[in-house]
Design a protein around this ligand. Structure first.
Ligand SMILES: Nc1ncnc2c1ncn2[C@@H]1O[C@H](COP(=O)(O)OP(=O)(O)OP(=O)(O)O)[C@@H](O)[C@H]1O
Ligand SMILES: [Mg+2]
Length: 354
């Protein structure tokens, strides 16, 4: 087991170009994770300085790998939020004196995003990411401006499913999202250099996701994003709870397969959302049909008194489209699968008041 102190000492031998201090001393090591043979952290560059810090990230990663016992290392480069414009400067002294100066708008919601929708599942592998991208496409087909955030730290799949690659660009301290099939897209998988995203644990994961939410230029004042679809990691553990608590969600859809084990996990996911006051907009049954059964999610939704949003058959074209980076709802817009996603999208638009 590698000691944290060893890791911090190694990181202190990498010099911060601005302060001239070691990275740990300079306070740039955020959300450090040291577990078994893995180490990683988020390197927070000052606003607008990410280009300067890319080589520092590489040096820090090399320093971690050089530690005996560390075989996997990842350093995620994130940017500090650009300082907010000083609103009070434009107010007349009289207005300030009268106490009418407005408090700054809380920044926990991503700017210029009207609604944030989570796609969740209790159990992994049930088709959450497939639903997230196809639902996003179906929402976009209604003329909405849609973004997708892949917050699945255990197995980011948006890069594959939407055919994304390359680290995002930074502009004025903001992350510029990729655009794929008309959707704005960001993934934790694009912030790491290697396929190391799965080494992330609680603090680093929530730090990176909070930053991707709040620092990505999802929309602008003129053209706000209508809805941001967030693909959450599967499960109902601490990472999920932290994420759900930190993410300003307007609603969640829960994906499940028809089997009882998956339904039990879907139930737990619903309970988790209830605990934090996020409305579950409904259940979706995926891989429905002769292999896994059918109707379980409808019955579960009735038991939980939440809407049942529809089912999707086990359909090889759905997997192939995902593997090819082109969601089926886009590749075959007149097909049966697209029609089902369009119907779910209609219910979501209504529930979110879009
Ligand atoms: N209805 C379906 N018919 C056929 N294949 C499907 C269907 N839904 C999903 N798949 C395939 O099943 C696999 C798992 O789906 P997906 O990655 O969407 O699940 P997930 O819940 O996001 O998994 P993870 O927990 O790993 O994030 C993928 O290969 C996907 O293409
Ligand atoms: Mg997934």
């Amino acid at each position: 087991m590698v000691e944290r102190s060893t890791v911090l000492a190694a990181l202190d031998r990498v010099i911060d170009p601005r302060s001239g201090q070691g990275l740990a001393t300079a306070g740039l090591v955020q959300g450090l994770v040291v577990a078994e043979d893995r180490a990683g952290f988020a390197l927070e560059a000052p606003a607008g300085q990410t280009a300067l810090y890319a080589p520092v990230r590489d040096a820090a990663e090399a320093a971690l790998r050089a530690i005996a016992g560390v075989s996997r290392a990842s350093v995620v480069l994130t940017a500090e939020a650009a300082p907010a414009p000083r609103r009070t400067a434009s107010l007349s002294p009289a207005a300030v004196d009268q106490g009418r100066a407005k408090a700054p708008v809380p920044t926990d919601r991503p700017a210029h995003v009207r609604r944030v929708l989570a796609v969740a599942s209790g159990k992994g592998g049930v088709g959450k990411s497939t639903v997230a991208v196809n639902l996003a496409a179906a929402l976009a087909a209604r003329g909405l401006l849609v973004g997708v955030l892949d917050a699945d730290v255990y197995g980011p799949s948006l890069p594959t499913m939407l055919g994304l690659s390359g680290q995002p660009a930074y502009e004025d301290g903001a992350i510029v999202p990729h655009i794929a099939h008309g959707l704005k897209a960001m993934s934790v998988g694009l912030l790491t250099k290697a396929d190391d995203a799965m080494i992330w644990r609680g603090p680093m994961a929530s730090q990176a996701i909070t930053q991707m939410l709040s620092q990505t230029r999802w929309g602008t004042a003129e053209t706000p994003l209508d809805v941001l679809v967030v693909d959450l990691p599967p499960g109902t553990g601490d990472v999920q709870l932290t994420l759900i608590q930190k993410t300003p969600l307007d609603g969640a859809v829960i994906v499940t397969t028809p089997q009882e084990v998956a339904l039990a996990d879907a139930r737990r996911a619903h309970t988790l959302f209830q605990r934090v006051g996020v409305p579950t907009l409904g259940l979706i049954e995926n891989m429905s049909g002769p292999v896994f059964g059918q109707g379980g999610a409808q019955a579960e939704a009735d038991r939980l008194s939440i809407p049942f949003l529809g089912d999707l058959p086990l359909e090889v074209a759905l997997r192939q489209a995902g593997d090819a980076g082109r969601p089926l709802a886009i590749a075959d817009p007149d097909g049966e699968i697209a029609r089902r996603f369009a119907s779910v999208a209609g219910r979501i638009v209504e529930a979110l008041g879009l």
